[in-house]
Design a binder for this molecule. Structure first.
Ligand code: NDP
Length: 288
Protein backbone atom coordinates (compact mmCIF):
# COMPACT_ATOMS: atom_id res chain seq x y z
CA UNK A 1 0.00 0.00 0.00
CA UNK A 2 1.28 3.46 -0.86
CA UNK A 3 -0.14 6.41 1.01
CA UNK A 4 -2.06 9.26 -0.52
CA UNK A 5 0.27 12.25 -0.40
CA UNK A 6 -1.43 15.23 1.22
CA UNK A 7 -0.51 18.14 -1.01
CA UNK A 8 -0.23 21.12 1.33
CA UNK A 9 0.64 23.44 -1.54
CA UNK A 10 -2.53 22.61 -3.48
CA UNK A 11 -4.76 22.79 -0.40
CA UNK A 12 -3.19 26.15 0.47
CA UNK A 13 -3.74 27.48 -3.02
CA UNK A 14 -7.43 26.63 -2.83
CA UNK A 15 -7.76 28.12 0.65
CA UNK A 16 -5.95 31.32 -0.43
CA UNK A 17 -8.29 31.86 -3.33
CA UNK A 18 -11.27 31.46 -0.98
CA UNK A 19 -9.67 33.95 1.43
CA UNK A 20 -9.03 36.41 -1.40
CA UNK A 21 -12.76 36.40 -2.21
CA UNK A 22 -13.61 36.91 1.45
CA UNK A 23 -11.18 39.84 1.71
CA UNK A 24 -12.71 41.34 -1.42
CA UNK A 25 -16.18 41.24 0.09
CA UNK A 26 -14.89 42.68 3.40
CA UNK A 27 -13.30 45.53 1.47
CA UNK A 28 -16.67 46.24 -0.14
CA UNK A 29 -17.97 46.75 3.41
CA UNK A 30 -15.09 49.12 4.16
CA UNK A 31 -12.97 46.61 6.10
CA UNK A 32 -9.43 45.90 4.91
CA UNK A 33 -7.80 43.24 7.12
CA UNK A 34 -4.26 44.30 8.05
CA UNK A 35 -1.28 42.28 9.24
CA UNK A 36 1.84 43.73 10.88
CA UNK A 37 4.91 41.57 11.32
CA UNK A 38 7.73 42.65 13.62
CA UNK A 39 11.17 41.17 13.07
CA UNK A 40 14.11 41.70 15.41
CA UNK A 41 17.52 40.76 14.01
CA UNK A 42 18.59 39.25 10.71
CA UNK A 43 18.13 35.50 11.07
CA UNK A 44 18.08 34.11 7.50
CA UNK A 45 15.47 31.51 8.52
CA UNK A 46 13.17 34.20 9.97
CA UNK A 47 13.64 36.38 6.90
CA UNK A 48 12.69 33.49 4.66
CA UNK A 49 9.57 32.63 6.73
CA UNK A 50 8.51 36.28 6.64
CA UNK A 51 8.93 36.41 2.88
CA UNK A 52 6.44 33.53 2.61
CA UNK A 53 4.05 35.24 5.01
CA UNK A 54 4.23 38.53 3.09
CA UNK A 55 3.59 36.73 -0.18
CA UNK A 56 0.49 35.02 1.24
CA UNK A 57 -0.77 38.30 2.73
CA UNK A 58 -0.37 40.14 -0.56
CA UNK A 59 -1.85 37.27 -2.56
CA UNK A 60 -5.10 37.45 -0.62
CA UNK A 61 -5.19 41.25 -0.53
CA UNK A 62 -4.33 42.03 3.10
CA UNK A 63 -2.77 45.32 4.12
CA UNK A 64 0.75 44.25 5.09
CA UNK A 65 3.52 45.98 7.02
CA UNK A 66 6.92 44.66 8.05
CA UNK A 67 8.77 46.40 10.89
CA UNK A 68 12.38 45.24 10.84
CA UNK A 69 14.64 46.23 13.75
CA UNK A 70 18.25 45.45 14.53
CA UNK A 71 18.95 42.66 17.01
CA UNK A 72 20.14 45.04 19.74
CA UNK A 73 16.89 46.93 20.41
CA UNK A 74 15.70 46.75 24.02
CA UNK A 75 12.71 44.79 25.24
CA UNK A 76 11.06 48.06 26.34
CA UNK A 77 11.41 49.49 22.85
CA UNK A 78 9.84 46.39 21.32
CA UNK A 79 6.96 46.52 23.82
CA UNK A 80 6.33 50.15 22.85
CA UNK A 81 6.19 49.21 19.18
CA UNK A 82 3.66 46.49 20.01
CA UNK A 83 1.58 49.07 21.95
CA UNK A 84 1.53 51.28 18.85
CA UNK A 85 0.21 48.45 16.70
CA UNK A 86 -2.27 47.43 19.40
CA UNK A 87 -3.76 50.93 19.03
CA UNK A 88 -3.54 51.12 15.26
CA UNK A 89 -6.99 50.28 13.84
CA UNK A 90 -5.58 49.51 10.39
CA UNK A 91 -3.89 46.37 11.71
CA UNK A 92 -6.05 43.51 12.98
CA UNK A 93 -3.17 41.06 13.29
CA UNK A 94 0.23 41.49 14.94
CA UNK A 95 2.93 38.86 14.75
CA UNK A 96 6.34 39.09 16.36
CA UNK A 97 8.61 36.66 14.57
CA UNK A 98 10.19 34.16 16.96
CA UNK A 99 12.81 33.37 18.12
CA UNK A 100 13.82 36.72 19.60
CA UNK A 101 17.36 37.64 20.70
CA UNK A 102 18.20 36.16 24.12
CA UNK A 103 17.99 39.50 25.96
CA UNK A 104 14.27 39.84 25.11
CA UNK A 105 11.78 37.76 27.07
CA UNK A 106 9.44 36.10 24.57
CA UNK A 107 6.70 35.63 27.16
CA UNK A 108 6.60 39.36 27.94
CA UNK A 109 6.33 40.07 24.21
CA UNK A 110 3.54 37.55 23.59
CA UNK A 111 1.64 38.85 26.63
CA UNK A 112 1.81 42.42 25.33
CA UNK A 113 -0.03 41.74 22.05
CA UNK A 114 -3.77 42.30 22.40
CA UNK A 115 -5.34 38.80 22.40
CA UNK A 116 -7.76 39.83 19.64
CA UNK A 117 -4.78 40.77 17.41
CA UNK A 118 -2.66 37.73 18.37
CA UNK A 119 -2.76 35.98 14.98
CA UNK A 120 -0.09 33.49 16.08
CA UNK A 121 -2.51 32.26 18.76
CA UNK A 122 0.23 32.18 21.41
CA UNK A 123 -1.28 34.62 23.96
CA UNK A 124 -2.34 32.88 27.21
CA UNK A 125 -5.91 34.17 26.68
CA UNK A 126 -6.12 32.45 23.29
CA UNK A 127 -4.50 29.29 24.67
CA UNK A 128 -7.03 29.34 27.52
CA UNK A 129 -9.90 29.77 25.07
CA UNK A 130 -8.66 26.79 23.07
CA UNK A 131 -8.49 24.60 26.17
CA UNK A 132 -11.92 25.68 27.39
CA UNK A 133 -13.55 25.36 23.96
CA UNK A 134 -14.20 29.08 23.39
CA UNK A 135 -13.79 30.88 20.11
CA UNK A 136 -10.40 32.57 19.79
CA UNK A 137 -7.34 32.67 17.57
CA UNK A 138 -5.70 29.26 17.25
CA UNK A 139 -2.02 28.68 16.56
CA UNK A 140 -1.49 28.44 12.78
CA UNK A 141 0.32 25.10 12.37
CA UNK A 142 -2.19 23.07 14.41
CA UNK A 143 -5.15 24.85 12.79
CA UNK A 144 -3.71 24.04 9.35
CA UNK A 145 -3.22 20.38 10.25
CA UNK A 146 -6.86 19.95 11.27
CA UNK A 147 -7.98 21.69 8.09
CA UNK A 148 -5.83 19.38 5.92
CA UNK A 149 -7.08 16.24 7.69
CA UNK A 150 -10.68 17.35 7.23
CA UNK A 151 -10.21 18.23 3.57
CA UNK A 152 -8.71 14.77 2.98
CA UNK A 153 -11.73 13.20 4.73
CA UNK A 154 -9.65 11.58 7.48
CA UNK A 155 -11.99 10.49 10.27
CA UNK A 156 -10.93 11.92 13.62
CA UNK A 157 -13.83 11.13 15.93
CA UNK A 158 -13.22 7.95 17.93
CA UNK A 159 -9.75 7.47 16.42
CA UNK A 160 -6.49 7.24 18.32
CA UNK A 161 -4.32 10.27 17.63
CA UNK A 162 -0.73 10.20 18.83
CA UNK A 163 1.13 13.51 18.97
CA UNK A 164 4.90 13.36 19.26
CA UNK A 165 6.12 16.67 20.71
CA UNK A 166 4.64 18.89 23.42
CA UNK A 167 5.72 22.40 22.45
CA UNK A 168 3.42 25.35 23.09
CA UNK A 169 3.25 26.17 19.39
CA UNK A 170 2.54 22.73 17.92
CA UNK A 171 2.30 19.69 20.21
CA UNK A 172 0.04 21.04 22.95
CA UNK A 173 -2.44 22.95 20.73
CA UNK A 174 -2.79 20.15 18.17
CA UNK A 175 -3.54 17.71 21.00
CA UNK A 176 -6.31 20.07 22.17
CA UNK A 177 -7.75 20.45 18.68
CA UNK A 178 -7.78 16.68 18.14
CA UNK A 179 -9.53 16.25 21.49
CA UNK A 180 -12.11 18.80 20.36
CA UNK A 181 -12.65 16.62 17.26
CA UNK A 182 -13.36 13.67 19.60
CA UNK A 183 -10.16 11.78 18.92
CA UNK A 184 -8.54 9.85 21.78
CA UNK A 185 -5.25 11.64 22.20
CA UNK A 186 -1.87 10.46 23.46
CA UNK A 187 0.99 12.96 23.73
CA UNK A 188 4.59 11.72 23.62
CA UNK A 189 7.84 13.61 24.23
CA UNK A 190 11.54 13.14 24.78
CA UNK A 191 11.01 11.30 28.07
CA UNK A 192 8.43 8.87 26.67
CA UNK A 193 9.65 5.32 27.18
CA UNK A 194 9.32 3.15 24.06
CA UNK A 195 8.03 5.81 21.67
CA UNK A 196 7.37 3.31 18.91
CA UNK A 197 4.92 1.39 21.18
CA UNK A 198 2.68 4.47 20.97
CA UNK A 199 3.28 5.55 17.39
CA UNK A 200 2.41 2.06 16.14
CA UNK A 201 -1.06 2.42 17.69
CA UNK A 202 -1.81 5.75 16.03
CA UNK A 203 -4.62 6.05 13.50
CA UNK A 204 -3.47 9.66 13.22
CA UNK A 205 0.20 10.32 13.88
CA UNK A 206 1.35 13.93 14.28
CA UNK A 207 5.12 14.30 14.52
CA UNK A 208 6.57 17.64 15.69
CA UNK A 209 10.01 16.90 17.10
CA UNK A 210 12.71 18.59 15.03
CA UNK A 211 14.88 15.46 14.54
CA UNK A 212 15.44 14.40 10.94
CA UNK A 213 13.87 11.06 9.98
CA UNK A 214 13.41 9.87 13.57
CA UNK A 215 10.14 8.06 12.81
CA UNK A 216 10.70 5.03 10.58
CA UNK A 217 8.25 3.02 8.49
CA UNK A 218 8.14 0.33 11.18
CA UNK A 219 6.90 2.94 13.70
CA UNK A 220 3.76 3.60 11.63
CA UNK A 221 0.45 1.68 11.79
CA UNK A 222 -0.85 0.41 8.45
CA UNK A 223 -3.28 2.90 6.96
CA UNK A 224 -2.50 5.71 9.45
CA UNK A 225 -2.67 9.39 8.56
CA UNK A 226 0.84 10.73 9.16
CA UNK A 227 1.42 14.47 9.53
CA UNK A 228 5.08 15.44 9.55
CA UNK A 229 5.57 18.90 11.04
CA UNK A 230 9.37 18.68 11.31
CA UNK A 231 11.59 20.95 9.26
CA UNK A 232 15.22 19.90 9.47
CA UNK A 233 17.99 21.26 7.29
CA UNK A 234 20.50 18.50 6.49
CA UNK A 235 24.23 19.23 5.99
CA UNK A 236 23.57 18.78 2.27
CA UNK A 237 21.17 21.75 2.45
CA UNK A 238 18.16 19.52 1.82
CA UNK A 239 15.04 20.15 3.91
CA UNK A 240 13.63 17.02 5.52
CA UNK A 241 10.95 16.08 8.00
CA UNK A 242 10.93 14.07 11.23
CA UNK A 243 9.47 11.06 9.41
CA UNK A 244 11.43 8.84 7.05
CA UNK A 245 9.08 9.56 4.17
CA UNK A 246 10.04 6.78 1.74
CA UNK A 247 9.48 4.06 4.35
CA UNK A 248 6.48 5.62 6.07
CA UNK A 249 4.53 6.17 2.83
CA UNK A 250 4.51 2.40 2.29
CA UNK A 251 2.71 1.92 5.62
CA UNK A 252 0.51 5.00 5.89
CA UNK A 253 -2.88 5.70 4.32
CA UNK A 254 -2.14 9.45 4.11
CA UNK A 255 1.11 11.33 4.56
CA UNK A 256 2.38 14.91 4.30
CA UNK A 257 5.68 15.51 2.49
CA UNK A 258 8.42 17.90 3.65
CA UNK A 259 8.61 20.38 2.02
CA UNK A 260 5.13 20.95 0.58
CA UNK A 261 2.98 19.62 3.42
CA UNK A 262 2.38 21.42 6.69
CA UNK A 263 4.60 24.44 5.89
CA UNK A 264 2.49 26.17 3.20
CA UNK A 265 -0.66 25.54 5.20
CA UNK A 266 0.83 27.19 8.31
CA UNK A 267 1.43 30.38 6.35
CA UNK A 268 -2.04 30.28 4.84
CA UNK A 269 -3.60 29.92 8.28
CA UNK A 270 -1.83 33.12 9.37
CA UNK A 271 -3.71 34.94 6.63
CA UNK A 272 -6.88 33.11 7.71
CA UNK A 273 -6.36 34.23 11.33
CA UNK A 274 -5.87 37.84 10.18
CA UNK A 275 -9.19 37.75 8.34
CA UNK A 276 -10.83 36.13 11.38
CA UNK A 277 -9.33 38.79 13.69
CA UNK A 278 -10.54 41.58 11.40
CA UNK A 279 -14.08 40.18 11.38
CA UNK A 280 -14.14 39.75 15.17
CA UNK A 281 -12.66 43.20 15.90
CA UNK A 282 -14.95 45.00 13.45
CA UNK A 283 -18.02 43.09 14.72
CA UNK A 284 -17.04 44.08 18.29
CA UNK A 285 -16.85 47.76 17.24
CA UNK A 286 -20.34 47.59 15.80
CA UNK A 287 -21.73 46.17 19.05
CA UNK A 288 -20.02 48.88 21.13
P1 NDP B 1 10.35 22.17 20.08
O1 NDP B 1 11.81 21.97 20.07
O2 NDP B 1 9.76 23.31 20.84
O3 NDP B 1 9.67 20.84 20.65
C1 NDP B 1 10.10 19.57 20.24
C2 NDP B 1 9.32 18.52 20.98
O4 NDP B 1 9.81 17.25 20.55
C3 NDP B 1 9.51 18.59 22.49
O5 NDP B 1 8.27 18.41 23.14
C4 NDP B 1 10.46 17.42 22.79
O6 NDP B 1 10.24 16.81 24.03
C5 NDP B 1 10.09 16.45 21.68
N1 NDP B 1 11.21 15.55 21.38
C6 NDP B 1 12.50 15.87 21.14
N2 NDP B 1 13.24 14.76 20.90
C7 NDP B 1 12.38 13.74 21.00
C8 NDP B 1 12.53 12.33 20.87
N3 NDP B 1 13.71 11.77 20.58
N4 NDP B 1 11.45 11.56 21.03
C9 NDP B 1 10.24 12.09 21.31
N5 NDP B 1 10.03 13.42 21.44
C10 NDP B 1 11.09 14.23 21.29
O7 NDP B 1 9.91 22.17 18.57
P2 NDP B 1 8.60 22.75 17.82
O8 NDP B 1 7.38 22.08 18.31
O9 NDP B 1 8.67 24.21 17.80
O10 NDP B 1 8.91 22.25 16.34
C11 NDP B 1 9.07 20.89 16.03
C12 NDP B 1 9.50 20.76 14.59
O11 NDP B 1 8.48 21.29 13.76
C13 NDP B 1 10.76 21.56 14.22
O12 NDP B 1 11.45 20.85 13.21
C14 NDP B 1 10.22 22.85 13.65
O13 NDP B 1 11.11 23.45 12.73
C15 NDP B 1 9.00 22.33 12.93
N6 NDP B 1 7.95 23.32 12.77
C16 NDP B 1 7.40 23.41 11.53
C17 NDP B 1 6.38 24.27 11.29
C18 NDP B 1 5.77 24.30 9.93
O14 NDP B 1 5.04 25.22 9.63
N7 NDP B 1 6.01 23.32 9.10
C19 NDP B 1 5.85 25.18 12.32
C20 NDP B 1 6.45 24.96 13.62
C21 NDP B 1 7.47 24.07 13.81
P3 NDP B 1 10.50 17.55 25.45
O15 NDP B 1 9.32 18.45 25.63
O16 NDP B 1 10.54 16.45 26.43
O17 NDP B 1 11.79 18.29 25.30
Amino acid sequence: MTAKIINGKEISKQKRSELALEVESLKEKGICPGLAIILVGDSPASLSYIKGKQKAAEEIGLLFKLEHFSGNISEDFLLEVIDQYNQDDRFHGILVQLPLPAHINELHVIDRILPEKDVDGFHPINVGKLVTGQEGLVSCTPAGIIEMLKIEGVQLSGKHAVVVGRSNIVGKPIAQLLLKENATVTTCHSKTADLSYYTKQADILIVAIGRANLIKGSDVKKGAAVIDVGMNRLDSGKLTGDVLFDEAKEQAGFITPVPGGVGPMTITMLADNTVKAAKMIEAGKMKA
